[in-house]
Design a protein around this ligand. Structure first.
Ligand SMILES: C[S@@+](CC[C@H](N)C(=O)[O-])C[C@H]1O[C@@H](n2cnc3c(N)ncnc32)[C@H](O)[C@@H]1O
Length: 259
């Protein structure tokens, strides 16, 4: 496993992946993660609904894409194994679906290597800020055929990238994708006063509160599938956008198709 892309393991320092695991009710986290996670949660307790909404969006979108005939998935910043993982969702529709998971966290990679296995499934160490290296990795070259449609999943990761980097990452991925491929993005978004308070408490990483138009820009080169960019909890393929009372913190989700 290449060491240059991995964040060093330190149980005493909160990690993005382990904080998120705690919010989802998982067991792969330490006291420092739980303390940091609780401090952020104290700023905005309904945050838990937002992270659960992201997982439900992931499940709905991957399942829909597999039913639309997508057979290969690249899940970037895939996180600790949970229920259900991308390959389980896709392979429930067609066991022939192939999935490559990518993350930079050593605990994710260790647990992923133990749990995210099976026919057509791999997990690799990679930094999503360097999509080229990921695309050229042995696992991607083995499982993902670049001339066939692929779904790239970026779920709750873009707010860890500054706007220019996030735009470039999305652009490079869209350029690489074959026609008929999809870009799946769900990202945190908040009213700026709440975002500033959360940023102060979230010690695992820098975060960016991308405005809606910047998030829409990540889909450049694709056509947003209805309902377009929506609250993750409301994203249902083909459905009209649902009116929802404004939330101070939300997960904005969309699926773009490369023509
Ligand atoms: C909030 S979790 C989301 C996990 C999963 N995508 C989901 O939506 O359930 C973010 C994940 O992205 C990973 N991550 C953050 N920055 C990364 C980077 N630059 N390269 C690779 N993985 C990264 C973290 O280690 C973590 O596992």
């Amino acid at each position: 496993m290449p060491e240059d892309v991995q964040v060093a393991f330190n149980a005493g320092r909160p990690s993005i992946a382990r904080i998120y695991d705690y919010w989802l009710g998982g067991k792969d986290n330490f006291a420092a993660d739980r303390a940091a996670a609780d401090r952020v949660l104290a700023v905005y307790p309904p945050l838990l609904r937002m992270v659960q909404g992201n997982r439900l969006f992931l499940s709905r979108s991957v399942s829909w894409l597999a039913s639309e005939g997508i057979r290969q998935f690249l899940d970037l910043g895939s996180g600790l194994p949970t229920s259900q993982n991308t390959h389980e969702i896709a392979q429930a529709i067609d066991p022939g679906c192939r999935v490559v998971y990518v993350d930079s966290d050593p605990v994710v990679l260790a647990h992923g290597n133990a749990l995210l296995r099976g026919e057509g499934v791999a997990i690799v160490a990679g930094d999503l800020r360097e999509p080229r290296k990921i695309i050229e990795s042995a696992a991607v070259r083995e499982l993902i055929r670049p001339d066939e449609p692929t779904a790239v999943v970026l779920a709750l990761v873009m707010h860890f990238l500054d706007p220019d980097t996030a735009r470039q990452v999305a652009r490079q991925l869209v350029d690489w994708l074959a026609p008929g491929s999809y870009l799946v993005i769900c990202t945190g978004s908040a009213d700026e006063d709440v975002a500033a308070e959360m940023r102060r408490e979230y010690t695992a990483s820098s975060t960016w509160n991308h405005p809606r138009d910047v998030i829409k820009g990540f889909f450049d080169g694709t056509e947003l599938v209805p309902p377009g960019l929506a609250d993750a909890r409301d994203w249902v393929p083909g459905a009209a956008p649902r009116p929802r009372a404004p939330q101070a913190v939300r997960a904005l989700a969309g699926v773009g198709r490369k023509p």
